[in-house]
Design a protein around this ligand. Structure first.
Ligand code: UTP
Length: 291
């Protein structure tokens, strides 16, 4: 049973500047909810109850969003705004155990995950990127924990990483894996290559922001070198593989939406608008007038 999920949200979000100068990219609204809420919903719906946010200066509002606002609640209660009150309470009740730690200086995703070591303790845990969404019938993390549990019967010290098949011409934008197919949706990873040129890419399977780790990952995060000012999570994963720890790639069912860049964020907005019956009409009418 994996209960804890680490959400590193301490990055600067430079690809979404200038808005990220004052609003964390995780709080940008996809319709009337912040991006991070979609991610938190997936985590909670996958059976996790403890969420550990790795934050930095200016990111406190992410925690506040899920905290209880007594003033707002009494304001709404006094004015008998019951519908709005239940909307607020639904968000406040989502996370049972919410904790946070600060990464004071951004030193890469690997460093951010390492910051959570004490809060995670000695148990397996998930790492979930707060700008990477997966819309699916079965939550992506649930698909992964089920795979992890099945693998636990055969192996130990293993990790499971979500993989997405991307267009070959896009491989140089992603972390790409090389591995041995175990089942249709399961690969035993041998190598992770960051942003390879097309001609050197070993596959078109890209790592997305969903990982299940054993706590041994922290030992490797402490050993890897800092490159260009950053500790990369993928370097620790490669070091773990090289040391004989099995790392599996799981090709999840669902649609991945990367909201960390403008095009991806816009696509995610359209995706969720099309899922809402009233907004779908607005979008259709708007587009029909353009043609
Ligand atoms: P990104 O590569 O998306 O970086 O990090 P970023 O800084 O957020 O955004 P850009 O590239 O400048 O636009 C992947 C994830 O790792 C977190 C980010 O918050 C994001 O969720 N991260 C990255 C940290 O928590 N700390 C870091 O030092 C770096």
């Amino acid at each position: 049973m994996i209960r804890k999920a680490v959400l590193p949200v301490a990055g600067l979000g430079t690809r979404m500047l200038p808005v990220t100068k004052v609003i964390p990219k995780e709080l940008l609204p996809l319709l009337n909810r912040p991006v991070i809420e979609y991610v938190v919903d997936e985590i909670i719906d996958s059976g996790f109850d403890s969420l550990i946010f790795v934050i930095s200066y200016g990111k406190e509002a992410i925690l506040d969003y899920f905290d209880v606002d007594l003033g707002l609640k009494s304001f709404l209660r006094d004015r008998k705004k019951e519908v709005l009150l239940s909307l607020i309470e639904e968000v406040e009740d989502k996370i049972r155990y919410l904790s946070s730690i600060r990464q004071k200086i951004p030193q890469g995703l690997g460093h951010a995950v390492l910051m959570a070591e004490r809060l995670v303790g000695n148990e397996p845990f998930a790492v979930v990127l707060g700008d990477d969404l997966v819309d699916s019938d079965v939550p992506c993390l649930k698909q992964m924990t089920e795979t992890y549990t099945v693998l636990s019967a055969k192996t130990q010290g293993h990790s499971v990483i979500a993989l997405e098949e991307v267009a070959w011409e896009d491989v140089s934008k992603y972390g790409i894996i090389e591995g041995e197919k175990i089942e249709d949706d399961l690969i035993l990873i041998k190598r992770v290559v960051e942003k390879p040129p097309l001609e050197e890419a070993p596959s078109n399977l890209s790592i997305i922001g969903r990982y299940l780790f054993e706590p041994v990952i922290f030992d490797f995060l402490k050993k890897i070198p800092k490159i260009s000012g950053e500790y990369q999570l993928t370097d620790a994963i490669q070091a773990m593989i090289d040391d004989g720890y099995p790392v599996y790639g799981y090709i999840f069912q669902g649609k991945r939406l990367d909201t960390g860049n403008l095009k991806g964020f816009f696509e995610a907005t359209l995706h969720y608008a099309m899922k809402d019956s009233s907004l779908r009409e607005v979008l259709r009418n708007f587009c029909s007038k353009l043609l």
